[in-house]
Design a protein around this ligand. Sequence first.
Ligand code: NAD
Length: 555
Amino acid sequence: MNSEPANRRIVRAPRGTTLTARSWQTEAPLRMLMNNLDPEVAERPEDLVVYGGRGRAARNWEAFDRIVATLTDMSDAETLLVQSGKPVGVLATHPDAPRVLIANSNLVGKWATQEVFDALERQGLMMFGQMTAGSWTYIGSQGIIGGTFETFVEAGRQHYGGDLSGRWLLTGGLGGMGGAQPLAGVMAGCSVLAVEMRPAAIARRIESGYLDREAADLDEALRLIDEAKASGTAISVGLLGNAAEVYEEILARGDLPDLVTDQTAAHDPLQGYVPAGWTIDEWESRRERDPAGVIAAAKVSMARQVRAMLAFKARGVPVFDYGNNIRQMARDAGVEEAFDFPGFIAAYVRPQFCRGRTQFRWIALSGEAEDIRVSSEALKGVVSDPTFTRWIEMASERIRFQGLPSRSYWMGLADRVAAGLALNRMVAEGVVSAPIVVTRDHISSGSVASPNRESEGMLDGSDPVADWPMLNAMSACSSGATWVSLHHGGGTGIGFSQHAGFACVADGSDAAAAKIARVLGNDSSVAVFRHADAGYPEAVETARAEGLRRPYAEA
Ligand code: NAD
């Protein structure tokens, strides 16, 4: 589907203050769409693939060109409709309405299978939007590193008394999301061994500063980790190989890690996971001629990898699924006990979700690193969370920008609103040189139904209820987000998730301030309602403390 002649083009967002579109309301989604495909940001921009297996920014290059042309001449009283990466209509709306509404990869329940999706994609009728790929808010590994860091820190707190020094984590996959693991691990204090099949992915992480070293073989990898431990430091090491095979080998040697997870793109058994014993070339060519055979082989390998993970667990190592649905794939291939180790949300993140704490991501549309530097400094005086300052200092030192400069941090309701308003003021007062986009990941507290991940093991058993992401998207629309997206299948794959995202442009206007306060506040509120409704005491308490109205709980 991506054999168009234009497939060698290089896309980068415009920089500076000169508008390509008619206002910042349309310039912002335009630059963010282009930024998703920036070669520094996207994993395979030539195929419009941004990250997460085959998560795309637009259905094909023609659709991309038409989105760009439409955003360029649309007015602030119009709204573009995008259906699975294709611009299908422009509506007459009003200035407070979203400028773009996006629906990606949604299928009616009974048809929501990988096979139906693959057939529709082959016919050119659908596109996989992953989470932030098809909603034009992906910013590279820098967008996930904060969440990954928080997960590792919490794992360290639960299992190692809050001290990960001298410990090491074994993982797989150094793609768009997985590539954040080595740096997040080292920042959290532990060494990381990441097994990856593609030499280019390892090289890319070394080049971007996310990975310290590549080892020639497992012996060297383990030696580097031992040396780091002896010198009281942490190191991240990439190893070219197949995760299923390397996990088995480590287990057989008895060199036990201190934490085990995996971030291969296992949610997509056709395009996301290389079966053990296969070369990349063999995998790519067989995907075309024998998709069913590739899927079956991938699931058999995932079953091997999950058996190895279960064996680590049996030997006392904390093991968790990092949101790629590998447990489900292994269970499909006969590993009945695959879910004996937990998912990372249920194990480490749920308490934050209950408090409406979720990601806050801001992006400088100017392209100026200085805009992020000064805004980060200024936000230190705004965000009440005491660890924010430490995170910003570590991030400034260690996390390189990819594409448009940006930062992200997990914040509670009041901090998100305060930070969004502060950024809008900085635009109005000229502290930063151009408008800022305020957004978040789709992995968020009130915006995802994903029974093997975000909504796994809910207290009231409401894991598969998908009303919440719908309510979340509708609340973002009615609150005045600049663009809003509703997706299916991100993270855990087709049939396994429903989720929503939004972005707001802070252009310095009073109207933007009002919209930002509503959108961010209501986004966190939906999260608190979702968890309070499920019976989590922290969420009930947060609703009370924040003064959020819950009619069903009112006397
Ligand atoms: P990606 O497609 O960019 O990268 C996956 C990487 O895994 C590739 O580099 C690939 O070469 C490698 N790989 C595939 N099979 C392998 C094998 N058998 N052994 C070793 N390496 C192998 O995907 P991504 O964006 O990094 O996402 C990874 C997974 O994490 C996805 O399933 C995604 O849905 C999930 N995810 C996680 C989070 C999070 O919070 N961490 C967020 C969103 C998605």
